[in-house]
Design a protein around this ligand. Structure first.
Ligand code: CU
Length: 76
């Protein structure tokens, strides 16, 4: 998560280039606790998945994250 900017502006397009392979977790700041988050997998590399799983999240967000991780693993 530290690799991404903390916030982007509302209703402004934002582009980022991922130079490092791995899994990136992002969230909608006001709705992250409700599970509005996503994973980006760069280079089909899941090596840092343990770090992603260790991120502290609300119970709902954790449940969403676990589902996203299952999808990421099944697409590998
Ligand atoms: Cu939201």
């Amino acid at each position: 998560m530290e690799a991404l900017p903390e916030n982007s502006d509302l209703n402004v397009r934002y582009a980022i280039t991922f130079d490092l392979p791995g899994v990136y977790l992002y969230q909608c700041t006001p709705h992250g606790n409700m599970g509005m988050l996503g994973l980006i997998v760069v280079g089909n590399n899941l090596d840092n998945l343990g770090n992603i799983e260790a991120v502290e999240l609300s119970r709902v967000a954790k449940s969403v994250l676990q589902r996203l991780i299952r999808v990421a693993k099944s697409n590998k």
